[in-house]
Design a protein around this ligand. Sequence first.
Ligand code: PLP
Length: 421
Amino acid sequence: MPSLKTRERLSEVRYEIRGELARRARELEAQGRTLIKLNIGNPGAFGFRAPEHLQRAIADHIHDTDPYTHQQGLPAAREAIAAFHRARGAPSVTPERVFVGNGVSELIDISLRALLNPGDEVLLPSPDYPLWSAATILNDGRPVYYRCHATQGFLPDPDEIEALVSSRTRAIVLINPNNPTGAVYPRALLERIVAIAAKHRLLLMVDEIYDGVLYDEARFEPLAPLAGDLPCVSFGGLSKVHRACGWRVGWAVLSGDPIASGDYHHAMDLLGALRLCANVPGQFAIEAALHGADTIGALCRADGRLYEARRAVIESCAASEHLTLHAPEGALYAFPGVRGAAAEGFDDHAFALELMETEDVLVVPGSSFNVPYRNHFRVTLLPQPDQLREVFRRIDRVLARRAEAAGKVVPFPQVPLSAHG
Ligand SMILES: Cc1ncc(COP(=O)(O)O)c(C=O)c1O
């Protein structure tokens, strides 16, 4: 019998964070191996809990969670999100312009589906969080990447962004604070990007899911206030700042002049209606999250667990003769590069496989984040600091072997990147 064919454009889509390497990790675990898995930014898997007052808000309302809600979400939750955005300086945000979804993930898909026609282009950062590329492709768009290079602190060059605008460009996507690099975008840069969107009439889409995860002096600038009357979609959620990934709660907020956003609101509303509504229990935690006590700040300050984890990674990379790192200023990841003799003929996928097979550590190859180079990898900052120091000792062992072998043996075999997964 002929086998089923799948959607052709899936061959262009990759999600290596949960892909081929993660499947191999499960096989090794089934054989009894204990792996340190640094591939997913999943706080609950590393012992973090969602704050007590959020859990209580859900428990107190559990009897109200049986029916569907409005497709855009519970009115009280939307009011809480709108008030949060107004307080941050975006006066045009009303509850009618807030969409609650099953995580930011669902809303990235819906917001691009509401916008794109076949062949439309979306300006995306490289590296990106790969769902943005996947959702662009699967909604018949074309990703066009602007570079965020380590030598520039992983910040984009606005002139390069503008040079990439074509007659087909519809939107500029920003991820701030950034996954995977940890870059936090300064206000002057955001203003330049807003000016480009204004000049070329592009939709601004800003993924701010890590907006409260900031280290040292880093200062988060929400985009919507800078965008003013320009149509802008800002994404946030409970998964990271509030450590509640499993609740699947995210939101997208449309700001700017409602006339300028035309039918876009209606398109989002229609697509939201087709999937009925988001998971209801988690929506009851939104007001408590946005207007209750701050719980992420202490984790990110000196002595806080995330701060100390980040310190362990920075110090380990600084002590390694094989690694370079632009220290993350925000978010939950570091994106080190490999340098020197170990970098000769380096293949990030083959390295990740060798690291897992020989040292029981799973990282994500940098090329999974849509970059054209293959000498980076991503780790999450969620493990205990000591465990991260141990991880980097193991990474250094593999890299030292590569450096020693450089010139003596053939380089890493080039492993074909998996099509999807
Ligand atoms: C930049 C970014 N956006 C969106 C998401 C998806 O988050 P959610 O759990 O809200 O779907 C993630 C998850 O890691 C992320 O890193």
